[in-house]
Design a protein around this ligand. Structure first.
Ligand code: HEM
Ligand SMILES: *[C@@H]1O[C@H](CO)[C@@H](O)[C@H](O)[C@H]1NC(C)=O
Length: 487
């Protein structure tokens, strides 16, 4: 029956919409692609409750521009397991931490698939292990390959210093970023600089290379990332009403162009790597993938056949997943910091007390900086920028209030049980493979920036914290950001 299933997890948070929505729960959207409408429900079982659907378009109008919020509202009526229809495709929607855990963890194998969506098929010509419909042996092998290569070039210790590669890269990029912030006269939008710095960290890990902040090729890819997210966000009509694929759409055209740009960009780098490749001198993830290709050729017994193309395309998955999420997290953090200067001050007081002003923060300081940690958790929870995981009122009490202290125990340490309720990296077989990198990178960038700089907006400016729906939800651009060195 069900061919493939997509699960996307994240917390939607509505500060703009009604109280009712704010009380909505953690939920998970599962696309349940089934061959035909009639054979949908096996004999003896009944389909889950859900709203009445229009012919052809299903519940698309109900979902609207903010599907995560519309679904939160429907959930109030139909419960934790409901079925809606997008186009003519039945889609199973799961809500509530326990229901989601049951599906993604306890029945992990049943829910590890992705749907065969039109927009997904445009990514990496269908070779992406993040977005392709495959969830069999090849997917598992590709995911494992990416996981192990990532580990080697990020959290493993670097031969040239006492820290890990990731720490070295972030230190370097944070210093460039501070320079860039200082070059700005008056107020500016920080996003463009943050995204280049974060992209440079993943470029260093993937390609052993960094780019100037003015490099137009990389800049044009990374600044378009929000357009990418808008197209592949859950519930894009073009994925569910096939005829829309054949109508001209400027969004889809831009999306194809962006994918081609990314492919061109990485292909060039992969070619350079092939030219300089030396066994025994594996410099970055691209080298290590090339090595895999060559070893596979020698190893007749390799039990999973993966084409060279597929192996090399793994780099695009890692590169793509590695900058947009982290950039979005840091960018939201900066918005909360300028919207709430008193919280910024408390973080800086903690940094000064634990680290002092003589040296820069390090990854190893993380356990000693619980307030910083609580702030990051609260940013994840409150912005919920991966739009399918909202805080229960049952769990959070006052979900709409931004309050890092909620994560601190009476003795000032992190309340671990509560922090684990922020499901920002997914659950089960599809869980993020970059969780450690993501958490460490967000921490270290913010710690160094806040140790060195003070951020603000001119008095009277109100920061707009309304999320814009997408694969990762962004805040509106903020042109009023100001940065100066701390006195
Ligand atoms: C704050 C940072 C990050 C957040 C919040 C985040 C969150 C997520 C989420 C929610 C998923 C989907 C889980 C699902 O389908 O149920 C995911 C998947 C993924 N993430 Fe991350 N991520 C972050 C950073 C990273 C980084 C730094 C990398 C790589 C360097 C990465 C690589 C991936 C990959 C490859 C997948 C797809 C896995 C698969 O489909 O099998 N992520 N991430
Ligand atoms: C990608 O490269 C090809 C061949 O070099 C070129 O024709 C095409 O215009 C490039 N695409 C984009 C979007 O830059």
């Amino acid at each position: 029956m069900a061919a493939s299933v997509l699960s996307m997890l994240a917390f939607p948070e509505s500060f703009t919409v009604t109280e009712l929505l704010m009380a909505s729960a953690v939920f998970c959207l599962v696309f349940w692609i089934i061959e035909s409408y009639t054979q949908r429900v096996p004999k003896g079982l009944k389909s889950p409750p859900g709203p009445w659907a229009w012919p052809l378009i299903g519940n698309i109008l109900t979902l609207g521009k903010n599907p995560h919020m519309a679904l939160a509202q429907l959930r109030e009526k139909y419960g934790d397991v409901m079925q809606i229809q997008i186009g003519s495709t039945p889609v199973l929607v799961l809500s509530g931490l326990e229901t989601i855990r049951q599906a993604l963890v306890k029945q992990g194998d049943d829910f590890k698939g992705r749907p065969d969506l039109y927009t997904f098929s445009l990514i990496t010509n269908g070779h992406s292990f993040t977005f392709s419909a495959d969830s069999g042996e090849v997917w598992a092998a590709q995911r494992k390959l990416a996981q192990s290569a990532l580990k080697t070039f990020s959290v493993s210790s670097s031969p040239s210093s006492s820290s890990c590669y990731l720490e070295e890269h972030v230190h370097k990029e944070a210093e460039y970023l501070i320079q860039k912030f200082l070059e700005q006269k008056g107020h500016f939008d920080p996003f463009r600089y943050v995204v280049m710095s974060v992209a440079n960290v993943i470029c260093a890990i993937c390609f052993g290379k960094r780019y100037d902040h003015e490099n137009q090729e990389l800049l044009s890819i990374v600044t378009l990332s929000n357009k990418f997210g808008e197209v592949v966000a859950s519930g894009n009509p073009a994925d569910f009403i096939p005829v829309l694929q054949y109508l001209p759409s400027s969004k889809i055209a831009a999306f194809k162009d962006l994918n081609e740009k990314i492919t061109n960009f990485t292909q060039k780098l992969v070619k350079e790597h092939y030219k300089k490749f030396e066994k025994g001198c594996i410099r970055d993830i691209t080298d290590s993938l090339i090595e895999q290709c060559q070893e596979k050729k020698l190893d007749e017994n390799a039990n999973v056949l993966m084409s060279e193309k597929k192996i090399v395309n793994t780099i695009i998955d890692v590169f793509g997943a590695g900058f947009d999420t982290v950039t979005t997290a840091i960018s939201w953090s900066l918005m909360y910091l300028v919207a709430k200067p008193e919280i910024q001050k408390m973080i800086q007081e903690e940094l000064d007390m634990v680290i002092g002003r003589e040296r820069l923060p390090k990854l190893s300081d993380k356990p000693q900086l619980p307030y910083m940690e609580a702030f990051i958790l609260e940013t994840f929870r409150h912005s919920s920028f991966l739009p399918f995981t909202i805080p229960h009122r049952k769990i959070w009490g006052d979900p709409s209030v931004f309050r890092p202290e909620r994560f601190l125990s009476a003795d000032g340490t992190i309340n671990k049980a509560l922090s684990e309720k922020v499901i920002m990296f997914g659950l089960g077989k599809r869980k993020c493979i970059g969780e450690t990198i993501g958490r460490w990178e967000v921490f270290l960038f913010l710690a160094i920036l806040l140790h060195q700089m003070e951020f603000s907006v001119p008095s009277g400016v109100k920061v707009d914290l309304t999320p814009i729906y997408g694969l990762t939800m962004k805040h509106a651009p903020c042109e009023h950001f100001q940065a100066k060195l701390r006195s």
